[in-house]
Each structure stands twice: as structure tokens, then as C-alpha cells.
Design a protein around this ligand. Structure first.
Ligand code: BV8
Length: 241
């Protein structure tokens, strides 16, 4: 009998997702043996120094991710979270570490991409103009678009060493939640791997969903072992009284 998570009429839910929720959509995770980092060193494609020293390689990596992402479709796990948001309204909040747009395409709206978005680019010189929609798969560095200020565009991605997006909004949502559900993330990157500790300090129940125990497993009150696409659709019981 699969475990069910009951959501009371007063529960406020914070969901954190990682690469694992997109695995059943065919997108590689990072730390699996055939994962994204298998072909690259983090410091060569996902740091400000890498962008400075070898922008062609950084753009090659993210253009390839754009190409992969465009072929992927949301899976039942993404749709289960969008359905839950429709039932809970403002008692639901989704923070994803993923830069793919599968949550958005599944219908999630109360959503933050804390590590940026593949489908956007922004000014490399940080001139202050907001990120723009950009799904272009650039074949070479010379093709990469320009900001209206004239500087080259960079992927709208939070590199290692850069500050995740909307942290104050995330922090207040965590402080306010009574239930945190973390799905498909190894717990190896901070500050996201600490969110479960913040939630526990706020008195929340904490649940992890994934096929392997994460590095921060000891911080969870429950662990539901399984693939997100198989487990999520029947996992939540929304209580009306
Ligand atoms: C920051 C870019 C300051 C987009 C990413 C020493 C100690 C502690 C911390 C640090 C340290 N040295 C440096 C740091 C900080 C550093 C960090 O954490 N480094 C690590 C390596 C130690 N962090 C930073 O630099 C961050 N910034 O700290 O700024 C600050 C702090 C607080 C407040 C303000 C400022 C910025 C980090 C962002 C880096 N950018 N991505 C992209 O390319 O995609 S990180 C990247 O890896 C992802 O975005 C994701 O967040 C992260 C982790 O990946 P996961 O999603 O967990 O994927 P992984 O492959 O690891 O695991 C997949 C899981 O899925 C597995 O568990 C697997 O079992 C499961 N799974 C598989 N199949 C399924 C499944 N689950 C469910 N269903 C399935 N079917």
C-alpha cells in the first residue's frame, strides 16, 4: 500500500523540485553516471569564471540543454503538482532548482525557478535590463544575441558562486509552510539542500520523494521511495473538512 500525504484545510505546502522530477521526461540529471556533469566539469560550464574564460563552451552547454529541453514533455509528476496547485490555490508554492520549463508547461503558476531558466537570456554586462525570452540554440559564439545595450547575452542561469533568485520570497514561504515536500534532488547543492532544515525549524512536516535517499535524508520526517512520475499522482489526499 503506497503511503499517502494528507493535506489538512489549514496546511500550507512548499514544494521543492530537482532534476529527478524531469528524469521521466527524458532529461538527464546531474549526478547520475550518465548525467550532465559526466560530460563536463562544473567549473568549466557553470561558473562566472567559465563564462569569462570560455563563453563558447558555456553557450555550447546551454544551447545543447535548450535543444534537449525543447524535445521534452511534462510527465505525470509535473501534472500532479499543477493539479495540486489548482486545488490548494495560495496554500501551494513551488520552488524548482530546474531550469527546464516543464513545470510551466504542465500548468504550474505559483512557481519560482531559483536557478534561472533555459528559455531566457540576459545581459552579460548586467546592465539592468530584465532577462528576455530566448530559446535560440546557438551553433557558435558569434551567433549569440546582443542586449539592447550592445553587450553579449548570457544564459539566464544561476552559476555556482552566484546568488539564487528570489531568496527572500523563498525564505518567507518556507517560514510560513506547515508541510514541505522535496522531490527528485540529491541534496548536494546549497542553499536548496538546507530548505528542509529551515522548514523543520518552522515546525513543518517534511517529506522526500525519490528513488534514492538524498544526502540530507536525516532531515526528513518521511521518505517516499519511488519515481516521481509513478508516486506523485496518487500521493496527496486533500482534506476539505
Ligand atoms: C550560493 C544551474 C550564496 C542551472 C545549478 C561548500 C559547502 C556548502 C556550499 C558550498 C560550498 N562551496 C560552495 C558552496 C555553494 C554552492 C554549492 O552548493 N556547491 C556544492 C557543489 C557544494 N552553491 C552555490 O554556489 C549557490 N549559490 O550559494 O550563493 C548564497 C547562499 C544563500 C543565499 C544567498 C546567496 C548557487 C548554486 C546554483 C548552481 N546552479 N544549476 C543548470 O545548469 O541546470 S545547480 C544544479 O545542481 C541544479 O540546478 C540543481 O540545483 C543542483 C542539484 O542537482 P539535483 O537537482 O539535485 O540533481 P542531481 O543529479 O544531483 O540529483 C537528482 C536526484 O533525482 C537524485 O537524487 C536521483 O535519485 C533523483 N531521481 C532520479 N530519477 C528520479 C529521481 N527522483 C524522482 N523521480 C525520478 N524518476
Amino acid at each position: 500500500m503506497l503511503m499517502q500525504i494528507s493535506i489538512s484545510p489549514t496546511d500550507r505546502l512548499f514544494v521543492l523540485t530537482g532534476a529527478g522530477i524531469s528524469a521521466e521526461s527524458g532529461l538527464p540529471t546531474f549526478r547520475a553516471s550518465d548525467g550532465l556533469w559526466a560530460g563536463h566539469r562544473i567549473e568549466d560550464v557553470c561558473t562566472p569564471e567559465a563564462l569569462e574564460e570560455n563563453p563558447a563552451l558555456v553557450w555550447e552547454f546551454y544551447s545543447q540543454r535548450r535543444e534537449q529541453g525543447a524535445k521534452a514533455e511534462p510527465n505525470p509528476a509535473h501534472r500532479a503538482l499543477a493539479d495540486l496547485e489548482a486545488k490548494l490555490g495560495d496554500r501551494f508554492f513551488l520552488c524548482t532548482q530546474n531550469v527546464d520549463d516543464l513545470h510551466d508547461r504542465a500548468g504550474s503558476r505559483r512557481l519560482i525557478h531559483m536557478h534561472g531558466e533555459l528559455a531566457k537570456s540576459r545581459c552579460e554586462d548586467e546592465c539592468g535590463r530584465p532577462p528576455i525570452e530566448d530559446r535560440t540554440v546557438y551553433a557558435s559564439l558569434v551567433e549569440v544575441g546582443r542586449c539592447t545595450c550592445g553587450a553579449r547575452l548570457r544564459p539566464h542561469i544561476v552559476f555556482f558562486g552566484e546568488t539564487p533568485l528570489e531568496m527572500s520570497r523563498i525564505q518567507s514561504k518556507i517560514d510560513d509552510c506547515s508541510l514541505m515536500v522535496v522531490i527528485g534532488t540529491s541534496g548536494s547543492v546549497y542553499p536548496a539542500a538546507n530548505f528542509v532544515n529551515w522548514a523543520r525549524h518552522a515546525g513543518a512536516r517534511t517529506v522526500y520523494v525519490g528513488p534514492e535517499r538524498p544526502l540530507n535524508a536525516s532531515a526528513f520526517t518521511h521518505i517516499v521511495e519511488g519515481k516521481a512520475g509513478e508516486v506523485l499522482p496518487g500521493l496527496f489526499e486533500v482534506l476539505s473538512i
